[in-house]
Design a protein around this ligand. Structure first.
Ligand SMILES: [Zn+2]
Ligand SMILES: [Zn+2]
Length: 872
């Protein structure tokens, strides 16, 4: 075998495949370019996914890379095994519909046996159980003895539906002394003896949703070989950590901690964790990731804080990560020269995060140790969620770190309770953000002179003048915090004049912040409220100011449209129309105006048409600063009750509209594209309100209406243009049916009346009719009772009917029966009581309802008893 440094190995690999006509590309960044489902690139093939799925064409059918990868799925194994890492490099060669198994196998073998000169008697290969093709190549062409080719069920690569296929792995036998010694120890054993160095994936099928495999027309090759692993073999090291790719870091950390490597397992684990993690964090930060509590930023924070904690375990009290960046930069000087260029930046990010965690780490560990001791004393093995949350929230412990620490003591933590606490905190924060946007505590800013601070729509950069947090001025803000900020110059429009403020982002050298509200102090100073999403920001930081332009343009379209609407209303309804208020946001506009009668459909259509006419007319919008008098001369409309300074902003839309206004506007009316009035109504004495949408909002509105029409047409089995006629015919058919039904009901009622009368009985000279009828609603029931009563001279009728899941009752008595003591109200009261309800009424007529339809007969029977008692 040939001794090679990590750099030599990487170069040799790429040169080898360059000679096989591969395009050698630089490693892609860790942040996936076009794959939102992926947090970080974790394999050589990840950046090539669109080429494998056929969504994009590769620049060349053969490509080779050494790809930076970060994986954190097995982070707790880092340092405990010979080859788990969070950061590693994957060597790979790829074929997109070009060469296939023959070449992939032959070249892999050629590289490791001829260029690295690995002895063939140390090499083993595995293939998929079904892959006779690969077996034939390995056995016949490469001459690997059959007993060294192991068929394995697991050798199949697939992730859900999509391209997939069998794979073939190459193993290096590190020798018996590295094995577990079990009699069945062989390739695939969990122990360290057989080291997988290269995985060749033969993407030859397309798997559909149903699990059916169809051979691909264009077959692909995707291979991955671990740089650190192969280096450990070539350098005859017991693990990846002793190679020149990692050992200088261990060496450095050991010197700082004043410990020796290789004397104690516990010490070695911490040294290895630090060596691995400093590589990860350096490369992640260089690729643009900043610490935060979400996504990639959280992965970075977790790795960095885990490294700090292992430094503490080694007894390192001071900050130590920053100076280790130099060692990483030196190791990676050849493949990743950008690390050196970005060194100062990387160090600053690490320094801020390390400082933040160092200040709370000791207190947090004290709290955690106290809890662990307490649990041990009581025999409990589960750390409660509240403590996990406190460690996270107050002391900055990623929960995974707490889990690792409690697991070292053979305990667990209550993840569910922690999640609940997290969720509650997020909701509180959200509510807090809303509240703080409504009612923000502003510190004393009287020392600021407004002259230094200005609004400039074109500004794209500014410097932070001050930050505040919960009403207190601070120098520095960190991710996760809700803060207020003032810049020396800002392109953000504050809210005012009925228009919402701009939104967007600001980006400092070491952090990012989302702007959620922009407001103005009485003296005109614009302040911004927002949420720090990543990293940290400091006063006097030079920042990029990025207004959410699509949102602003939507606001501007709606705002200019209100001016056009105002002018059109004056023209159509009369010059008495005046603006009484307005509200403009990106989605819609609202315009309140004085007018003392209703607005007809025709008038509204005329207004909309007039505004649309101005939009089509392509009129330029001029914004100028004028003195009050100049503005008056121009005929600008000033709003009653609004105060203006000496100089005023005049917004003129050709000769259509001239208004004093501080809001956002389009440059030309054509940008509005389309206006649709959505509603018009009176909202108070003499004030009416129009709501409208413009631009994309108007199109969306029309599309929604279109969908409604289409859905209705489909339900009516008609074309859209037939809908009106079809609905008319449906309505008239419904009327016919209703009439027919009424007729049938009357007929039915007559029949039931006859039946009821036939069953009547006489009690002390009073004719008593009791029964259930089919027409259940109260009106139908009363009609039948009426008809029965009309047949009685001295009598009383009590009827019930089931209606929906309830029961209705009615009782009626003739004059003569009332004279004999009958009381209809008392009868229904009793009847309804039996059926779980109540009611009552007059002596001659009463109605009631009950909740238990199944008791209807029992209830009606009870009427007879009441009547017997009532008769004199
Ligand atoms: Zn073994
Ligand atoms: Zn305006």
């Amino acid at each position: 075998m040939i001794y090679m440094t990590g750099n030599e190995l990487r170069t040799n690999f790429l040169n080898f495949f360059a000679n096989k006509n591969h395009l050698v590309l630089k490693s892609f960044p860790l942040i996936p370019d076009n794959d939102p489902t992926l947090l970080l690139v974790g394999a050589g093939m990840a950046p090539f996914k669109p080429f494998f799925t056929g969504k994009m064409n590769p620049p060349q059918p053969r490509i080779s890379t050494s790809q930076k990868c970060v994986r954190t799925g097995d982070i707790e194994n880092v340092g405990r095994t010979a080859r788990h890492h969070t950061f590693f490099e994957m060597l790979g060669n790829f074929s997109f519909g070009d060469y296939f198994k023959n070449e992939a196998i032959a070249w892999a073998w050629e590289f490791i046996t001829e260029h690295l000169e690995m002895p063939t008697d140390k090499l083993w290969v595995t293939i998929h159980t079904s892959d006779d093709e690969a077996f034939a190549i390995w056995n016949n062409d490469i001459k690997v003895p059959a007993q060294r080719i192991i068929r394995m069920e697991d050798n199949f690569w697939e992730i859900g539906p999509g391209p997939c296929g069998p794979c073939s792995e190459i193993y290096f036998d590190l020798g018996e002394e590295r094995g577990c010694g079990k009699p069945d120890c062989a390739v695939g054993c969990d122990c360290d003896r057989y080291l997988e160095i290269w995985n060749l994936v033969f993407t030859q099928y397309d798997r559909d949703e149903a699990g059916k495999y169809t051979p691909l027309a264009k077959k692909n090759i995707d291979t991955g070989a671990g740089l650190e692993r192969i280096a450990s073999i070539l350098q005859s090291k017991p693990s990846n950590f002793e190679t020149d790719l990692l050992f200088p870091l261990i060496d450095h950390a050991a010197k700082v901690a004043k410990v020796e490597y290789g004397c104690s397992n516990k010490v070695d684990v911490s040294l290895k964790v630090i060596a691995d993690h400093i590589r990860s964090m350096t490369v992640m930060i260089a690729d643009g990731i900043l610490p935060s509590n979400e996504g990639r930023g959280y992965v970075l924070r977790r790795i960095l804080r885990r490294a700090v904690r292992h430094g503490r375990l080694l007894g390192i009290e001071k900050m130590f990560l920053v100076e280790m960046v130099d060692v990483v930069t030196k190791i990676f000087a050849q493949p990743y020269p950008d690390l050196e260029e970005k060194e100062a930046y990387i160090k600053k990010v690490i320094q801020l995060e390390e400082e933040r965690f160092q200040t709370t780490l000791v207190q947090g560990m004290e709290l955690l140790n106290r809890h662990i001791e307490g649990l041990k004393a009581t025999g409990v093995t589960m750390l409660d969620g509240a403590t996990v949350f406190k460690l996270y929230d107050t002391f900055g412990f990623p929960w995974e770190l707490t889990l690792e620490i409690v697991e070292e003591h053979g305990m667990e933590l209550d993840k569910q309770a922690f999640d609940t606490a997290m969720k509650q905190q997020r909701e509180r924060a959200r509510a807090g953000r809303q509240a703080s946007a409504e009612q923000v505590v502003i510190p004393d800013l009287s020392h600021l002179t407004a002259e230094e601070l200005c609004i400039n729509e074109q500004a794209s950069a500014g410097s932070v003048v001050l930050f505040w947090k919960e009403g207190v001025i601070v120098d520095e803000v960190h991710d996760g915090e809700d803060v207020g900020v003032i810049f020396d110059v800002t392109p953000f429009h504050p809210e005012g004049g009925g228009q919402v403020g701009d939104g967007g982002f600001i980006e400092g050298p070491l952090g990012k912040m989302e702007i959620t509200a922009v407001k103005k102090l009485l003296n005109g100073t614009v302040y911004h409220l927002g949420h720090v999403t990543e990293g940290s920001l400091t006063v006097r930081d030079a920042t990029l100011l990025k207004v959410d332009m699509p949102r602003r343009r939507a606001i501007a379209r709606n705002h200019t449209a209100t001016h056009l609407l105002h002018a059109a209303l004056k023209e159509v309804l009369g010059s008495h129309v005046n603006q009484a208020g307005s509200f403009v946001n990106p989605e819609r506009l609202r315009f309140d105006f004085s007018h003392f009668s209703g607005v007809t459909v025709e008038e509204l259509a005329a207004v909309e048409k007039l505004v649309q006419h101005s939009i089509f007319a392509n009129i330029g919008v001029d914004i100028t600063e004028k003195t009050q008098d100049e503005a008056k001369e121009m005929g600008a409309i000033a709003l009653f009750g609004e105060k203006y300074g000496d100089s005023v902003r005049v917004v003129a839309v050709g000769d259509v509209s001239t208004e004093l206004c501080g809001g956002s506007h389009v440059k030309n009316t054509a940008e509005i594209s389309l206006i649709k009035i959505v509603s018009e109504a009176g909202i108070g004495s003499g004030i009416r309100r129009i709501e409208a949408v413009t631009g994309a909002g108007a199109i969306e509105y029309i599309n929604l209406r279109e969908t409604l029409l289409q859905t209705t047409a489909t339900m009516l089995k008609a074309r859209p243009e037939e809908v009106v006629a079809r609905v008319e015919s449906v309505i008239s058919r419904v009327k016919e049916l209703e009439n027919e039904l009424a007729l049938l009901n009357t007929k039915q009622a007559h029949l039931e009346v006859q039946e009821l009368l036939a069953k009547s009985e006489e009690i002390n000279g009073i004719q008593v009719v009791v029964g259930q009828v089919s027409n259940g609603d109260m009106d139908g029931l009363r009609m039948v009772a009426d008809m029965v009563r009309d047949h009685l001279k001295c009598g009383v009728v009590t009827l019930g009917a089931v209606y929906a899941d309830k029961v209705n009752f009615v009782a009626m008595a003739t004059k003569e029966a009332v004279a004999r003591g009958i009381h209809a109200g008392d009868i229904v009261k009793q009847v309804a009581k039996v059926a779980g309800g109540g009611g009552g009424g007059r002596q001659d007529m009463a109605q009631a309802g009950g909740k238990h339809p199944e008791k209807i007969m029992e209830a009606l029977q009870s009427a007879v008893e009441v009547i017997k008692q009532q008769v004199k």
